[in-house]
Design a protein around this ligand. Structure first.
Ligand code: ATP
Ligand code: MG
Length: 158
């Protein structure tokens, strides 16, 4: 379960550490069922597909990386419960990318998230950070900007 605001580097990190088929992304599914990754009207359909993919993979005890913001406690609890009931280890990956870095990356993107929305996500990140410790994850892994830079440097030399 990835947890972090927009621009934190979740999708980039997931692509560096997992096979494409292991990652299920709400943005990618919005593009599948809607007009593009940012088609918010397609969110309902995208999340119901995401739930199906997660359930199907967990049912086969296959690794699944949930690439969403991960900032909603109820959603996290639901995925954790599904993982648990299938006997899978459940790991939360918390992206400790400073707000200023998220904002800078966000402003360089084709379709930046509005500043106010990013501010809400950054605030939600503060509550997620404190909630994660008591949610019952087998492990909470922290990814820093330094970790992301190491990935990038490693990818360049591979
Ligand atoms: P969202 O929640 O909006 O999907 P995200 O957390 O998945 O965001 P990414 O798409 O991985 O974030 O990265 C956001 C932007 O930051 C991208 O333009 C990406 O190229 C850039 N970025 C990601 N990782 C790094 C890095 N290590 N160094 C510099 N730029 C990076
Ligand atoms: Mg992403």
């Amino acid at each position: 379960m990835l947890v972090g605001p927009s621009g934190a580097g979740k999708s980039t990190w997931a692509a560096a550490h997992f096979r494409a088929a292991e990652v299920v992304s709400s943005d990618a599914l919005r593009a599948v069922v809607g007009s593009g990754e940012h088609d918010l009207d397609a969110s309902g359909d995208a999340f119901s597909l995401l739930d199906q993919v997660v359930a199907a993979r967990l049912g086969r005890r296959l690794t699944v990386v949930v690439d969403t913001l991960g900032l909603d406690h109820a959603r996290r609890a639901d995925y954790l419960e599904r993982g648990r009931s299938n006997g899978m280890p459940c790991v939360a990956v918390l992206f400790e990318t400073p707000g200023a870095v998220c904002r800078e990356r966000n402003s360089g993107r084709d379709r930046p998230v509005p500043s106010r929305v990013l501010g809400q996500q950054l605030a939600a990140m503060d509550s997620a950070r404190s909630a994660l410790a008591s949610e019952g994850w087998d492990e909470v892994v922290t990814v820093t900007v330094e970790d992301q830079e190491r990935d990038r440097a490693g990818a360049g030399t591979r």
